[in-house]
Design a protein around this ligand. Structure first.
Ligand SMILES: *Cc1c(COP(=O)(O)O)cnc(C)c1O
Length: 358
């Protein structure tokens, strides 16, 4: 028997979440974001479950090539674009679309004029991460057209705070900046990430770029995934591999962070931070044992963690544990650990097997 930890990936949940995304943005094309190995869910199996998407977006060139070689015909957008002139031949060979986010990329494209690609010209409207400054936008477009580098041009930007209901002004400002910069141009537009898909229909435009919602985690801070009718696509599961009986005053794990104030039964689950479980998850972080909710005790180790079995008499050796997924939202675990669902999903370690669930 191998170590019992496993991530079950539910293709039906991915397909369902894509359909929900369409309900939120019925008029837009959907560019399914599958960067970081489809947020930890496995690239090709996720793309297969999301095959009705109108396009895919990621930023790893090898993954984009793998997707094309697997037969996907949709546009595939590289979110950071290309890094050298040499790469442009690969973009052309595999019909990859590219973001253009700084002027050096415009220069490289112009220098290699034989390449005609689908371009997503990204404008920095306030996030100050990637994107041409608005004042460089019209001269860049002019250059690209003059040199015949573009097959199609789409204009895009990315929101910094669409997830937070208290930062609506930030989205309004970015939208205003985008409209001012692109006024008078008649190109397709792409602005919305998952949070904007849900919260700001006025940003849907021609292409939406949902990521996290496809995987069934909530992109907004004031609604749970369940409330948004999203289904978790990853269930991280393991089993109890040891049971300990604590006496009053006994402590658990490294540094004895948890001390029993009464006799209690605890379980040791085969899952630790080397599997991608967050080391900072404190005592009281929720976990399911035998499908019943209980809590983590003490410090997370590299390969194991301890759980409270006080209220779960049925629990025994080999009882199943769910770390997150069906019945326990990854967002809730992330919140306890001081992070976001995105990080937990992406950080799932390679040593954890991913299996499709039926
Ligand atoms: C990752 C990413 C997205 C998807 O964001 P979610 O919050 O996961 O929906 C969209 N656009 C860009 C440019 C991204 O980098």
């Amino acid at each position: 028997m191998p170590r019992p930890i496993q991530a079950f990936i539910d293709p039906a949940a991915l397909t369902h979440n894509l359909a929900i995304t369409r309900q939120y943005a019925p008029k837009a094309r959907i560019m399914a974001v599958i960067k970081a190995d489809a947020y930890g869910h496995g690239l090709l199996q996720s793309a297969q479950a999301l095959k009705e998407a109108d396009g895919f977006a990621l930023l790893e060139l090898n993954a984009a090539i793998a997707l094309r070689e697997a037969g996907f015909q949709q546009p595939i957008l590289l979110l950071e674009g290309f890094f050298s002139i040499q790469e442009l031949a690969v973009f052309e060979q595999y019909r990859l679309s590219t973001v253009i986010h700084h002027i050096e990329q415009v220069a490289m494209l112009s220098a290699a004029k034989r390449h005609r690609l689908d371009l997503f010209l990204k404008i920095n409207t306030g996030m100050n991460r990637l994107g041409l400054p608005p004042e460089q936008f019209s001269s860049s477009i002019k250059m690209l057209i003059e040199y015949g580098c573009a097959r199609h041009i789409t204009l895009m930007t990315h929101f910094a705070s669409a997830d937070d209901p208290e930062q609506e002004h930030s989205v309004v400002n970015q939208l205003h900046c985008f409209k001012a910069a692109t006024e008078g141009y008649r190109y397709m537009l792409s602005l919305a990430n998952s949070a904007a898909v849900i919260r700001y229909p006025e940003t849907h435009a021609d292409w939406v770029r949902p990521g996290i919602m496809l995987y069934g985690a909530s992109p907004v801070s004031d609604k749970t995934a369940g409330e948004l009718n999203l289904k978790p696509a990853m269930t991280l599961s393991s089993r109890i591999i040891a049971i300990q009986q604590l006496k009053t005053g006994d402590s658990v794990g490294y540094h004895g962070l948890f001390k029993a104030d009464k006799p209690m039964r605890i379980g040791i689950v085969a899952c630790g931070y080397a599997d991608g479980y967050p080391r900072h998850a404190p005592t009281n972080t929720p976990i399911l044992i035998n499908n019943q909710r209980t809590r983590i005790l003490g410090r997370i180790s590299m390969d194991m963690l301890a759980v409270d079995l006080t209220s779960i008499d049925s629990a025994q050796l080999n009882s199943p544990a769910i770390l997150w997924g069906k019945g326990l939202s990854v967002d809730e675990v992330a919140q306890h650990a001081g992070t976001v669902g995105y990080e937990l999903l992406c950080a799932l370690a390679p040593r954890v097997g991913r299996r499709l669930s039926q």
